[in-house]
Ligand binder design. Structure first.
Ligand code: CAA
Length: 248
């Protein structure tokens, strides 16, 4: 890497996000993360990171809100510099069968998991195109590819993310800006361990040929590859990382 590139990771304090953040820091990137304005422990988190040797800046941002994203990106630019890499990682679940799904649960998931991709990308994209280098990585899910019981909202958002990836990758390819989706399967984070144990043990684990949950480090490794110079020819891809649970 000729200079230390700057990466912005949404939801960078979360289960998967924190590992992506620390691994990217170790790989030599300058890292900024966003966190939800409702998170009251961000100061503690930054201090904890610092005590472990990770120099990470954190910015409050409601990724579902366009103006909040605009303000956040401006702030990151002012404090750290131009953003070379955007990892759209922030996401939530509100799992319930469609019969029980209310409009609020649908809207919340689409807003945080899909609107966020537009809201964040919009404010970093022009700069990447002007500088002729950029990496946009959208963290989708195996369930966006195969569907999941209780996840009409989540699967719709995660699947929509990949349509966005493919279209933007066409527009940005000639300018050295790659846009990719990664689709992790069930990774050992809070989001997955919150699934009722009987459902996880009887309905989900048996579908995973490796017989185990994935590790956040395994997903972070894939993201670091996609950020590298060697990955310049990978664009518009949807890379599965799911222990063989769903093969495309
Ligand atoms: N497959 C088939 N049937 C299932 C099922 C499944 N995965 N899960 C529940 N059911 C069945 C139950 O056995 C039950 O059947 P009976 O009525 O015949 O006994 C019925 O569905 C229950 O239906 P309800 O509407 O009452 O459902 P519920 O309120 O008990 O819970 C649920 C439904 C919230 C969807 C619950 O099953 C659940 O949490 N499932 C896990 C969903 C999931 O995989 N989420 C992924 C989270 S992690 C993530 O999203 C990260 C990522 O990207 C991979």
């Amino acid at each position: 890497m000729d200079k230390k590139r700057i990466a912005l990771i949404t939801g960078g304090m979360g289960g998967l996000g924190e590992t992506i953040t620390t691994k990217m820091h170790v790989a030599g990137y300058r890292v900024a993360v966003t966190y939800s304005p409702s998170n009251k422990t961000s100061g503690e988190w930054v201090a904890q990171m610092k005590s472990k040797g990770y120099d990470v800046k954190a910015f409050a941002c409601d990724v579902g809100d366009y103006d909040s994203c605009k303000a956040c990106v401006e702030q990151v630019r002012k404090e750290k510099g131009e953003i070379d890499i955007l990892v759209n990682n922030a996401g939530i679940t509100k799992d319930m069968t469609f019969r029980k799904m209310d409009k609020a649960s649908w809207d919340a998931v689409i807003r945080t998991n899909l609107d966020s991709v537009f809201n964040m990308t919009k404010h970093v994209y022009d700069g990447m195109m002007e500088r002729s280098w950029g990496r946009i990585i959208n963290v989708s899910s195996v369930n966006g590819s195969k569907g999941a019981f209780g996840q009409t909202n989540y699967a719709a958002a995660k699947s929509g993310m990949h349509g966005f990836t493919k279209s933007l990758a066409l527009e940005s390819a000639r300018k050295g800006v790659t846009v990719n989706t990664i689709s992790p399967g069930y990774i050992g984070t809070k989001m997955v361990t919150a699934i009722p144990k009987d459902v996880l043990d009887s309905k989900i684990l048996p579908q995973i040929p490796t017989g185990r949950l994935g590790k956040p480090e395994e997903v972070a490794g894939l993201i670091i590859y996609l950020c590298s110079e060697e990955a310049a020819f990978v664009t518009g891809a949807n890379i599965a990382i799911n222990g063989g649970q769903h093969m495309q």
